[in-house]
Design a protein around this ligand. Structure first.
Ligand code: ISJ
Length: 408
């Protein structure tokens, strides 16, 4: 197995040769793409993180590695996407045959399970045309919007009795399409419109997330916590929206729980952990979020997947306190989230890598695509407003899908 520097005449996403095995983690043109399958493993249940970690470390340790580039993302790499819940759920780890990475203007290729052809340029000749999908209609998923509104209403009541402080509830939406949707079609559009998010694809889960669960580089660890959201409306400019969000007691409270839960679960692994005193605003075309960048230094070499296990689910996608929130989700959200709101990203052989939270995504299926969106609920939440917020969070995927559809 060898990593070597290559020249690359196109963007990373344009290298993906086919629709079925596309793997990606790309932000602002940089990151990793992969294809082919050297190996795959699936896991489920409460031990899924530990099982995937054990399997990957054993698999990666058997390579005879020649790494000529030596940067984060070189050497053996696996892509992973992990179920939100202990039950049900299927988590997956895929080791691609070919990985191409780009960072700071340097491009490299890693060929696993074969010597590669040694060419000085990335392989382009096998790229098949990207099919444009058509959305025939949208239809309710496992939890229709009316049911979601009702669940939010019930959750608000439970927050007001003091049973817990915050819960994140979500719903799904099905887009019925004229045939299978090519992950590359969605990735291209998501990456163009959301360059400060991570456009990702792992085993049919495709999206563009603004939220970084954890990045581990050597002993350094970081996270971008998001919670507290507003969205553009006619007649309100972006600065006003941002000021309103920063000044919203309800959003600041939601955010505090998310930062607190991340810090409490990560700090036992850290010699040092820096948490900003106040959030900033992250602006996206469809929503604005309160954001905190957390940075730490690890005590030891705990691998990324085990750190992710410790912090998942943060209060950004679960709630606070965690155990009560997870129980309330199971009670009030009658749907299987699958890998939505679970960790998604890549891992290296040294226990490093990047894992985002799988948001703003869709699970690709035969003839239908399942979209997801959710919101943090606190005692002051208004069900109608949460329904609108969830709709705003569906926009990235709806726009990407509908780009191939002539509406009207
Ligand atoms: C759950 C989602 O987003 C999460 C919930 C947020 C909120 O409630 O303010 C903000 C960002 C994410 O942590 C989603 O996009 O589906």
């Amino acid at each position: 197995m060898r990593t070597r520097e290559v020249s690359c005449p196109v963007e990373l996403l344009d290298l993906l040769p086919g629709p079925d095995d596309a793997l990606a983690w790309v932000s602002g043109g940089e990151g990793l793409v992969g294809w082919g399958e050297a190996a795959r493993v699936e896991a489920s249940g409460p031990d899924r993180f530990a099982e995937l970690d054990r399997w990957w470390r054993r698999f990666a340790s058997e390579f005879d590695v020649q790494d000529d580039v030596r940067r984060p993302g070189t050497g053996p790499v696996a892509f992973t996407s992990i179920a939100f819940a202990d039950e049900p759920g299927r988590s997956v780890l895929v080791v691609p045959r070919v990985v191409v990475g780009q960072r700071d203007g340097v491009t490299w290729i890693t060929e696993i399970g074969g010597p590669g052809d040694g060419a000085a340029q990335v392989p382009m000749q096998r790229v098949r045309p990207v099919r444009r999908p058509t959305v025939d209609r949208y239809t309710a998923g496992q939890l229709p919007v009316v049911g979601y509104r009702d669940a939010v209403h019930k959750a608000v009541h439970r927050m007001r009795t003091g049973e817990l402080d915050k819960v994140v509830l979500a719903h799904d939406l099905l887009a019925v399409t004229d045939g299978p949707v090519d992950a590359r079609f969605l990735l291209r559009r998501l990456a163009d419109r959301y360059p400060n998010c991570w456009a990702y694809a792992v085993d049919g889960l495709v999206g563009a997330t603004p939220e970084l669960l954890l990045r581990r580089t050597g002993r350094r660890v970081s996270s971008r916590v998001l919670a507290g959201t507003t969205w553009p409306r006619p007649g309100v400019d972006a600065d006003e929206l941002a000021a309103g969000l920063l000044g919203s007691a309800k959003d600041r409270e939601e955010h505090r729980f998310a930062v607190r839960s991340l810090a409490a679960t990560l700090s036992p692994y850290c010699a040092e952990l820096r948490v900003p005193e106040a959030p900033t605003v992250m602006r996206l075309p469809n929503v604005l979020h309160l954001a905190s960048e957390v940075h730490g230094r690890l005590l030891d070499g705990t691998p990324l997947l085990r750190l992710a296990e410790a912090v998942h689910p943060t209060a950004a996608v679960g709630g606070f306190p965690t155990a009560a929130a997870v129980r309330l989700i199971a009670e009030l959200e009658p749907m299987d989230r699958g890998r939505y709101t679970g960790p998604v990203g890549w891992l290296d052989a040294e226990g490093g890598g990047e894992l985002g939270i799988a948001l703003r995504c869709a699970e690709l299926g035969d003839g239908a695509v399942r979209l997801f969106a959710g919101c943090g609920i606190v005692a002051d939440s208004d069900p109608d407003s949460e329904v609108r917020e969830a709709a705003a969070k569906l926009v990235p995927m709806r726009e990407a899908l509908e780009d191939g559809t002539t509406l009207g």
